[in-house]
Design a protein around this ligand. Structure first.
Ligand code: ZN
Length: 233
């Protein structure tokens, strides 16, 4: 089973990054009330609020109304009045040839007006917000599986949810172009090359998996002509 990541551009786009991994424990640093639940300093928030050993999914910080992405072809359903737990949330389900049904939850979304529907991997399933048991705008993404209607490993301390990390498809690397001995990097967008970075070193720190294609001036010219690429200035 392989899935896409639930947001595009994690770690590469402004404000889109992983904030909480699966299994993280959250110890309250002060007494607080979250989602109507009183939590004392020193308590494991997940234990008190949800009877779980730790965080049962991944949290991704994102700007308000950043799209959440369908991770696998399946069926989308929508739940919640926005006030508690996952807030307004979407569920994505599909059944694979081994008979397991996978169920993904997308929590803390903006109020949903969508109707249940068949969806394809890569489509938008909802918009990220701060509804439910949440302290700031983020997406909660969780995954578990069922067999014959029963959650597999329900008593694992996370109600059957497991770490999605090993199941993500490797993202294809961003390919960027550069003319030898020139500082500017170009992003291909359709038939246009967009210049977007003149600081090669700091670019590579942010985009560690990028593939930089560096061509001598004459080759760069040929490459542009062959691919009918224009350079936008
Ligand atoms: Zn979460």
């Amino acid at each position: 089973m392989k899935i896409l990541k639930p947001i595009n551009g994690i770690g590469k786009k402004n404000g889109v990054y992983l904030t909480q991994e699966f299994g993280n424990v959250w110890i309250a640093t002060q007494d607080m009330v979250l989602g109507g639940i009183s939590i004392k300093k020193g308590d494991n928030v997940y234990k008190v609020a949800f009877k779980m050993d730790g965080h049962n999914g991944e949290d991704y910080a994102a700007p308000h109304r950043e799209p959440a992405i369908v991770v696998h072809d399946g069926f989308a359903d929508f739940y919640g009045d926005g006030s508690k737990g996952y807030g307004y949330n979407a569920r994505l389900t599909w059944t694979d040839i081994s008979g397991y049904t996978y169920e993904c939850v997308y929590g803390h979304l903006d109020k949903h007006t969508e109707i249940p529907r068949e969806v394809k991997a890569g489509e938008v399933i909802g918009w990220i917000d701060n509804s439910g048991f949440s302290t700031d705008t983020h997406l909660h993404f969780g995954i578990r599986k069922l067999l014959n209607g029963t959650v597999v490993d329900y008593d694992n301390g996370y109600f059957g949810y497991f770490n999605p990390q090993p199941f993500y498809k490797k993202e294809t690397s961003q390919v960027v172009y550069k003319e030898l001995n020139k500082p500017v990097l170009y992003f291909p967008v359709g038939s246009v090359l967009i210049p977007f970075a003149t600081d090669y070193t700091s670019y590579l720190e942010d985009f560690a998996d990028a593939v930089v294609v560096e061509l001598p001036a004459s080759e760069f010219k040929k490459f542009k002509v062959a691919n009918k690429l224009k350079v936008k200035l």
